[in-house]
Design a protein around this ligand. Structure first.
Ligand code: CRA
Length: 839
C-alpha cells in the first residue's frame, strides 16, 4: 500500500540549497534557475528587468524562513503586536534594502557580477511602490523598518492601490500626471493570502432585534458587500531574524461573475459588481495635506480599517477564547485621522458581532487605539458630511452618536452650563451643514494622542485640540519623527557610510547615537579631505544624472542647494525662487560680482487639483530656462527641476546636497523628515524655526545651522496687527525688482499674465508671509555663500551635523512609541526549519 500522501511528500522534501545557500556559486545558479523556471526566459532573450525579477526571487527565497518563523512567533497569546494603520506606506524599492538588511549585499554583488551583470543596474530597474504622497507615508515605511530592526512584533495595515501616486512629467515647464502602473511587470515581493479574505459591508440600513436570550441587539443589513484580499510584503529588520508583515488589502467582488445577468444576455452587467468593487482600491488620492470630502475616499478608509480589525480579531481568536484581552494583544496606531473610523468599527465588531456590552467594548477600544496628528492645516482636518457618512455607514453613525452622547455627558459634568465647550468638543459639527469631525473621534477613542515634533505637539495642545487637552491633559504627548539610517544612509550613501565605518566601526547603523564618535575627527585634516571627496563623488553622480535626464550641465564644484518635497505654498518653494531671481538680478547689475557658484535643485509633485502649486512648478522651470542660458551668468547660477521626485530619486539627491532648504512658514510644517535625511548626509540646513528644524538645530548646534525668519508667535503678532505685503514691496528695492521682473513677462516670453495669480496672491494677501521673511532669508543665504567659500570650515560643520544627528533615527522614535504609547516589547525570533520539521 502507498504511504499517505503528505507523509510521502514530506519524506521527499529536502532543504533545497538553491533557495537558502549563500555561496557565490549557489546564488548564481539560483538566479539562472529563477530566470528559467519562474520567468520562462533564458539568457539570450532576457533583459535587465527579467534579471531583476530573477534576482528578487533569489533574495525572497532567502528571507522566507525568517518571515514564517516571525509570523508563527506572533501567534503566541502573550506576544503584543503593534498594528500600524495607515492609508499610505511609501516603502520605496525593496531590493537594495533587503540585501543590506539580510547582510548579503557583497555576496549578491559578486554573484551578479560573475553572471556578467551589474547589480546597480538591476537595482535601478525596480519600479517603486508609490503608495503614498509624501512625509506621512514615508514615515510609516521608516517606522515599519525600525520596528523590525528593534524586533518589535508589528503588522502594517493599508491599501494595495493598483495605481499609486502619479508619475510626473514636465512638458513645457508644466506638470503632467501619468498613471503609475507599478504592478504592470509583476511584484516579486508580495504574496497573496486568499485564506485571509474578509467581507466588508456598505450602505443599507440597521435593524433592532432580540436574540434568543432576549437581549436587545442591532444588525446591519448592507446594500452591498465587498471582499478584501490580503497581499503580504515582508519588512526585514537589519541583521536580525525578524521579518514583519506589511499587509495591504485589495477590494474584490464577492462573486466576480453574475451568471443570472449573463444568462439573460446582459454581458456587461455580468461583471458590473466586479468593476465596482475593484474600483475601491484602484487609486491613491494624490493630495498631500488637504483632503477633499470624496465618498470613495471614505469607502477606502472604512474598507482597509475593517479588513485590518477583522484580521486582528481572527488572529486573536486562533489562540484565545474571547476578545477580553484584545487591547493587550494589539496596539493599533492611527496614522492621522484617515483610519479613525476604526474607533467606531471596533465598537461595532465587539458589540454587534461579538456581543460585548458597551462599557466593555469601550474599554477595549480606548486601550487599543492611539492617534498621531500630522498637521494643523485647517484644510487638512478631515470631516465627513453627515449625509454621505450616514448613507455609507448607517450603523457607524449610530455608534458615533452614542459615543458622543456619553462623552458629552462627561463634559457637562465637568463644565456645567458651558455650551461653548460642548460645541467645540462634540464629534458632530452642527453649525450649518452637519459633519463628523474625525480628529475628535480619534481623540476620544484613543488613550494617547501625539504630535510629530516638539513644537507641533505644543501647537496641537494650544490650537486644534485645545479643549481636549484641557479635558484630558494626560492623553497628550510628543514623539518627534525619525528616519531609518539603513535606507537613508547605508543604502543610499554607501560611500559616506563606508568612510564613517572606517573610523568608528559599524555599530552606528543600529545605534545612531554612536555617530557622536565622529566628533573626534573634525580636526583631522585627512578625514576632512576624505569627507569632501565622498561628497564630491556623490555630487558628480547626481550631475551625471541631471545631464543625462535633462541635458543640463552642472558642476560638482558649485554649492548644491536643494529643495525636494511636495510642492505647497506653505513650504514656500516660491520664496526660494524669489531668492534665485534676486541673485540673478545682482549678477545682471554687476557681472563681475564676487559670487559663490550655486546649483539650485528642486523636485516635488503638486496635487493635480492644486493650481497654485502647479504654477510654482512652471515658474521654477521658466526661471531655469532663462538663467541657465544667460551668458552673463557664466555658469555661476544654475536652476534644475528634477521631474518625478520619489523615494528612488530621493536616494540620489539627499547624499549629494550641500544645503538643505527647510523654509516653511513657522508653525506650518508639523515636523518634516527630509530635513533629517539631508543633515544625516552632511548637508547644512537653511531653515525657519519650524517643525523638527528646531530640534535639529538644538542637536547640531546653533553655529552649524542657518536659521532665519519669523517665529510662530511673531507671525501671530504680525497677523494680529495687520499684515500688509505692499509695505515690504515698496520698502525693499530688491524684492520689488524681483517681483517686477516676473510681472514684466521676462520669464514667460513676454506673457505678463502667466504668473499674475502668483504675484497677485503675494501682493494682496501673502498668506504664508514670504515677504515678511524675504530679507532675513536673503541675508542668511549670503552667510551661507560666505561660509561655503571656506571649505575647511564648511566641512567641519558638515561632519558635526552628521555626528550629532543620532536623535533622528526612527529607532529612537519607535522606542518612544513602544515605551509611552504601545507598551510593546521586542520578541527576538528563534529560527526553526520548516522544510525539515514535522508538518
Ligand atoms: N505632509 C507633515 O506635513 C510631517 C509628516 C509626517 C505631514 C510633515 O511635516 O513630517 O506628515 N502631514 O509626520 C500630513 O500628512 C496629513 O498630514 C505630511 O507628510
Amino acid at each position: 500500500m502507498n504511504p499517505p500522501i503528505n507523509e510521502m511528500m514530506q519524506s521527499q522534501i529536502q532543504i533545497e540549497d538553491d533557495r537558502t545557500g549563500l555561496s557565490i556559486e549557489t546564488l548564481r545558479r539560483a538566479m539562472a534557475d529563477n530566470l528559467f523556471y519562474i520567468l520562462g526566459k533564458y539568457p539570450a532573450i532576457a533583459n535587465n528587468k527579467d534579471y531583476y525579477m530573477a534576482l528578487a526571487y533569489t533574495v525572497r527565497d532567502r528571507l522566507l524562513h525568517r518571515w514564517l518563523n516571525t509570523y508563527e512567533a506572533y501567534m503566541k497569546p502573550e506576544v503584543k503586536i503593534v498594528c500600524y494603520l495607515s492609508a499610505e506606506f511609501l516603502v520605496g524599492p525593496h531590493l537594495a534594502n533587503n540585501l543590506i538588511n539580510l547582510g548579503i549585499y557583497d555576496q549578491i554583488r559578486q554573484a551578479v557580477q560573475e553572471s556578467g551583470l551589474n547589480l546597480q543596474e538591476l537595482i535601478n530597474t525596480e519600479e517603486e511602490p508609490g503608495l503614498g504622497n509624501g512625509g506621512l507615508g514615508r514615515l510609516a515605511a521608516c517606522y515599519m523598518e525600525s520596528l523590525a530592526t528593534l524586533e518589535v512584533p508589528a503588522i502594517g495595515y493599508g491599501i494595495r492601490y493598483e495605481f499609486g501616486i502619479f508619475d510626473q512629467e514636465i512638458r513645457e515647464g508644466w506638470q503632467v500626471e501619468i498613471t503609475d502602473k507599478w504592478l504592470q511587470d509583476g511584484n516579486p515581493w508580495e504574496i497573496i493570502r486568499p485564506e485571509s479574505e474578509v467581507y466588508i459591508n456598505f450602505g443599507g440600513r440597521t435593524e433592532p432585534y432580540q436574540d434568543d436570550q432576549g437581549n436587545y441587539r442591532v444588525r446591519w443589513i448592507p446594500e452591498y458587500v465587498v471582499k478584501g484580499i490580503a497581499y503580504d510584503t515582508p519588512i526585514l529588520g537589519y541583521k536580525v531574524n525578524t521579518a514583519n508583515t506589511l499587509r495591504l488589502w485589495k477590494g474584490e467582488a464577492c462573486e466576480s461573475f453574475n451568471f443570472q445577468r449573463f444568462n439573460v444576455g446582459d454581458y456587461y452587467g455580468a461583471v458590473d459588481t466586479k468593476v465596482y468593487s475593484e474600483n475601491l482600491t484602484k487609486v491613491l488620492y494624490p493630495n498631500d495635506e488637504p483632503v477633499q470630502g470624496k465618498e470613495l475616499r471614505l469607502q477606502q478608509q472604512y474598507f482597509f480599517v475593517s479588513c485590518a480589525l477583522q484580521d486582528m480579531i481572527r488572529i486573536h481568536l486562533t489562540e484565545s477564547e474571547n476578545l477580553d484581552n484584545f487591547g493587550d494583544k494589539f496596539a493599533a496606531q492611527l496614522n492621522d485621522t484617515h483610519p479613525s473610523i476604526g474607533v467606531a468599527e471596533l465598537m461595532r465588531l465587539l458589540i454587534d458581532v461579538h456581543h460585548y456590552s458597551w462599557d466593555q467594548a469601550w474599554d477595549i477600544t480606548q486601550k487599543t487605539f492611539a492617534y498621531t496628528n500630522h498637521t494643523l492645516l485647517p484644510e487638512a482636518l478631515e470631516k465627513w458630511p453627515l449625509s454621505i457618512f450616514g448613507r455609507l455607514l448607517p450603523r457607524h453613525l449610530e455608534i458615533i452618536y452614542e459615543i458622543n452622547r456619553r462623552f458629552l455627558d462627561q463634559v457637562r459634568m465637568k463644565y456645567p452650563g458651558n455650551n461653548e465647550k460642548l460645541s467645540c468638543l462634540s464629534l458632530i459639527d452642527d453649525r450649518g451643514e452637519k459633519y463628523i469631525r474625525m480628529a475628535n473621534l480619534a481623540t476620544v477613542g484613543s488613550h494617547k494622542v501625539n504630535g510629530v515634533a516638539a513644537l507641533h505637539s505644543e501647537l496641537v495642545k494650544k490650537t486644534i485640540l485645545r479643549d481636549f487637552y484641557e479635558f484630558w491633559p494626560e492623553k497628550f504627548t510628543n514623539v518627534t519623527n525619525g528616519v531609518t539610517p539603513r535606507r537613508w544612509m547605508v543604502v543610499s550613501n554607501p560611500r559616506l557610510s563606508e568612510l564613517i565605518t572606517s573610523r568608528i566601526g559599524d555599530n552606528w547603523i543600529k545605534n545612531l547615537d554612536e555617530l557622536r564618535r565622529l566628533e573626534q575627527f573634525v580636526d583631522d585634516g585627512h578625514f576632512r579631505y576624505q569627507w569632501r571627496e565622498v561628497k564630491w563623488g556623490v555630487k558628480q553622480d547626481l550631475a551625471n544624472y541631471i545631464e543625462d535626464k535633462l541635458g543640463i550641465k552642472v558642476s560638482p564644484d558649485t554649492l548644491f542647494d536643494v529643495q525636494v518635497k511636495r510642492i505647497h505654498e506653505y513650504k514656500r518653494q516660491h520664496l526660494n525662487v524669489l531668492q534665485i531671481i534676486t541673485l540673478y538680478n545682482r549678477i545682471k547689475h554687476n557681472p563681475n560680482l564676487d559670487f559663490t557658484p550655486r546649483t539650485c535643485i528642486f523636485g516635488g509633485k503638486a496635487a493635480p487639483g492644486y493650481y497654485m502649486a502647479k504654477l510654482i512648478i512652471k515658474l521654477i522651470n521658466s526661471v531655469a530656462e532663462v538663467v541657465n542660458k544667460d551668458p552673463d551668468v557664466r555658469d555661476r547660477l544654475k536652476v534644475v527641476f528634477l521631474p518625478d521626485y520619489n523615494v528612488t530619486l530621493g536616494q540620489r539627491v539627499y547624499p549629494a546636497a550641500d544645503l538643505s532648504e527647510q523654509i516653511s512658514t513657522a508653525g506650518k510644517e508639523a515636523s518634516g523628515t527630509g530635513n533629517m535625511k539631508f543633515s544625516l548626509n552632511g548637508a547644512l540646513t537653511i531653515g525657519t524655526y519650524d517643525g523638527a528644524n528646531i530640534e535639529i538645530r538644538q542637536e547640531v548646534g546653533e553655529e552649524n545651522f542657518f536659521l532665519f525668519g519669523l517665529k510662530t508667535e511673531d507671525i501671530d503678532q504680525l497677523r494680529a496687527k495687520g499684515y500688509n505685503p505692499w509695505d515690504y514691496y515698496y520698502n525693499n528695492p530688491e524684492l520689488k525688482s524681483t517681483l517686477d521682473l516676473i510681472s514684466s513677462g521676462f520669464f514667460s516670453h513676454g506673457d505678463c499674465e502667466l504668473f499674475r495669480p502668483l504675484v497677485d496672491s503675494l501682493l494682496h494677501s501673502d498668506p504664508f508671509f514670504l515677504f515678511a521673511d524675504y530679507q532675513s532669508y536673503l541675508e542668511c543665504q549670503d552667510r551661507v555663500s560666505q561660509a561655503y567659500k571656506d571649505q575647511e570650515y564648511w566641512t567641519k560643520m558638515s561632519i558635526l551635523n552628521v555626528a550629532r544627528m543620532g536623535k533622528f533615527s526612527s529607532d529612537r522614535s519607535i522606542k518612544e512609541y513602544c515605551e509611552n504609547i504601545w507598551y510593546a516589547k521586542p520578541v527576538p525570533i528563534e529560527m526553526k526549519d520548516y522544510v525539515q520539521a514535522d508538518a
